[in-house]
Design a protein around this ligand. Structure first.
Ligand code: PLP
Length: 387
């Protein structure tokens, strides 16, 4: 198994802070907003009302119904609550799906740079990881042609992620149409669509869900959840949609591992989906302001250029002309400039030459971080010991 270096950077930044250093954290990918109060209250009320026992392993029925209504409202798709599985975070659906389909002698195709757990879990199962390069010149979107060219008779699972971590890339609808059309020639390949950032797009780059293609539904797993949309990362609450027989396998994996998701968190999830959605739009609008500031600032740094991300809350600047490799630069920025970022190679080999900055931090903190980075990168090379 591999690891997720964002957590190591989070720990390192916290340690430096404990030593009295002023660290600006653009490392970890989580909203800096508070969970909206009506959601918190629903969890508190559930506990006060005695809702603290085990629940159905697949999730409370009312919550699965709420997920089904949410998908109908947002995506215009019909999903029976019987196909929904509530998980302790969206990540668990990825773990289950890769465990189900990965085995020695098989291949799993996944995005690179991409969420590090894809590759980690693929290798854990013994399957061969087959990366699809996410290219800067393509706005870090999936290329249907390149993705399809990597499918072989050994491919069991194709992992898609749009809007994407770590790049902020959003795959346009026409490209998804082309990909889905091409997948008709590969009917035995399962698809895992990680849409955890589905409600975070900008510039009218509307999110196109794979759920919108009825021809895929018999082999499509949807991964989504509350973490990013409602600022609920630490609640550990996610949802997934599976074809019926696979959901039964996923249910067994749940029973054999975590039994059910924390009951109060599930009540919070009901309140989030059923309550007012204005906080979602308010957060998105604020992320958009920060996105513009971060991209503008990055493009002013010496040797750095950044394409404008169309989704999620990450910028993925190209640092190729700074003379630095990505991971040493990320370490030096943390140690010497007090700015936590993540080196692109932590997201795959195609991430070399890039840094990931999460702009889920205040505009003021982002601006201070950019000044520190400009100061650091503007120093003569000899002043930067490792540069
Ligand atoms: N998928 C992607 C692409 C992510 O970036 C993340 C979290 O960073 C997850 C899934 C996991 O989300 P959760 O916190 O709901 O497990």
């Amino acid at each position: 198994m591999g690891d997720e270096n964002a957590f190591a950077v989070l720990a390192k930044a916290a340690e430096l802070q404990r030593q009295g250093r002023d660290i600006i954290n653009l490392g970890i990918g989580q909203p800096d907003f508070k969970t909206p109060p009506h959601i918190v209250e629903a969890a508190v009320k559930a506990l006060r009302d005695g809702e603290h026992g085990y629940t159905d392993a697949t999730g409370i029925a009312t919550l699965r119904e709420a997920v089904s209504e949410d998908l109908a409202r947002r995506l215009g798709v019909e999903v029976s609550p019987d196909l929904v599985l509530i998980t302790p975070g969206g990540k668990v659906a990825m773990y289950m799906a890769i465990l189900m389909f990965g085995a020695e002698g098989t291949e799993i195709v996944y995005p690179d740079p991409g969420f590090p757990i894809y590759r980690s879990m693929i290798e854990f199962t013994g399957a061969t990881p087959v990366p699809v390069p996410m290219r800067e010149e393509n706005g870090f979107a999936f290329s249907a042609e390149e993705t399809l060219s990597l499918l072989t008779p050994k491919t069991r699972l194709l992992i898609l992620n749009s809007p994407a971590n770590p790049t902020g890339g959003v795959t346009p609808r026409e490209e998804i149409d082309r990909l889905v059309a091409g997948l008709a020639a590969h009917p035995n390949i399962a698809i895992l669509s990680d849409e955890i950032y589905g409600q975070l797009t900008y510039d009218r780059a509307a999110h196109r869900s794979l759920m919108a293609y009825p021809e895929l539904r018999e082999r499509l797993i949807l991964l989504d959840g509350w973490s990013k949309t409602y600022a609920m990362t630490g609640w550990r609450l996610g949802f997934s949609v599976w074809p019926k027989p696979w959901r039964e396998v996923a249910r067994k994996l749940a029973v054999n591992s975590y039994s059910c998701v924390n009951s109060a968190a599930q009540f919070a999830g009901i309140a989030a989906l059923g309550g007012p959605q204005d906080s979602v739009e308010a957060m998105r609008a604020e992320f958009d302001r920060r996105r513009r500031a971060v991209v503008e600032g990055l493009n002013r740094l010496p040797g750095v250029s950044a394409v404008t991300p169309k989704g999620a809350f990450y910028a993925f600047p190209n640092i190729g002309r700074t003379g630095w490799k990505a991971k040493p630069l990320a370490s030096a920025l943390l140690e010497e400039a007090g700015v936590a970022t993540i080196g692109g190679p932590d997201f795959g080999v195609y991430g070399e030459g890039y840094l990931r900055l999460s702009y889920a931090n205040s505009l003021e903190a982002i601006e201070r971080a950019l000044i520190r980075m400009a100061d650091f990168l503007g120093r003569p090379a000899s002043a930067n010991a490792s540069g």
